[in-house]
Design a protein around this ligand. Structure first.
Ligand SMILES: [Fe+2]
Ligand SMILES: [Fe+2]
Length: 256
């Protein structure tokens, strides 16, 4: 509680918030998952007993991390966009591009969601992670397209004007060759009835890296409403095959 008679200034409010966070942190031990450490080049895990011994009287965090933006009890896809996706402008630009191109809502939604794997979770195999997260809530064609865009991005299709991205030459070097599993996935996708749905993600993707473009999530709220089956219990609590992934995003530092 504050004892100030006047309203708090912004910086005082920030201080107060920081204090609340520090207090919560003081009461709980926050351990890191192995994956977080591996990103720093170490295959290591904290010893739970040793951490407890080093923090007498404290317990491990088993819920919301006070350092992260708060999530509502029954989170929606929009809540995750706002509080858990580190960057959304690339996906919004891609979806805006698809919308302006007159594509179907299914395609626009695919573009809007195509990189949620990267934006929220992990880079490696992001198309597969992203597809798995949304699979229970979208038409099969949408999650299929999100999964397959990962492989298709590496292969040109002159019939629709898609070329190998020059950016990838910069990113990965001129001699980078996709691994055999990506080549095999591309070949499967190439002969699939939904090929063009995944290809359209790559077509709308490549022009979408403009840091100054004006994009707004509110332009897509209706499309999400009509095409994403938001569970009434909240994402993470609906017992779907990917509910645990949404929960993990919500509570990435829960001890177990
Ligand atoms: Fe992608
Ligand atoms: Fe992308």
């Amino acid at each position: 509680m504050n004892e100030h008679a006047r309203p708090l200034t912004l910086s005082e409010r920030a201080d107060e918030l920081e204090e609340q966070v520090m207090q919560a942190l003081n009461e709980r031990i926050i351990a890191k998952s192995v994956l977080f450490r591996m990103a720093d080049g170490r295959v290591e895990i904290d010893n739970g007993q040793a951490l407890l011994a080093a923090n007498p009287g404290k317990h491990f965090l088993m819920g919301a991390d006070p350092r992260l933006p708060e999530m509502p009890e029954k989170p929606t896809l929009i809540d995750f966009f706002k509080a858990r996706f580190a960057s959304t402008s690339h996906m919004l630009q891609s979806a805006t591009h698809a919308l302006k191109g007159g594509h179907s809502e299914k395609v626009v939604l695919s573009c809007l969601l195509h990189d949620i794997g990267v934006a929220s979770f992990i880079r490696c195999d992001h198309g597969y992670w992203g597809a798995q997260m949304i699979e229970p809530y979208v038409e099969e064609e949408v999650s299929w397209a999100v999964r397959m865009h990962q492989a298709l991005r590496f292969f040109p299709d002159p019939s629709v004007g898609y070329e190998y991205p020059q950016m990838y030459v910069k990113f990965f070097g001129a001699d980078y060759k996709p691994e055999p599993y990506i080549v095999a996935e591309y070949e499967r996708a190439r002969n699939h009835k939904w090929y063009m749905s995944a290809r359209l993600i790559t077509l709308n993707d490549i022009y979408s890296f403009d840091p100054d473009a004006k994009v707004d999530l509110s332009d897509f709220v209706d499309i999400i409403g009509r095409n994403f089956k938001q569970p009434k219990e909240g994402l993470g609590f609906d017992n779907s095959p990917s509910a645990h992934m949404w929960r993990t995003l919500m509570w990435p530092t829960r001890f177990l």
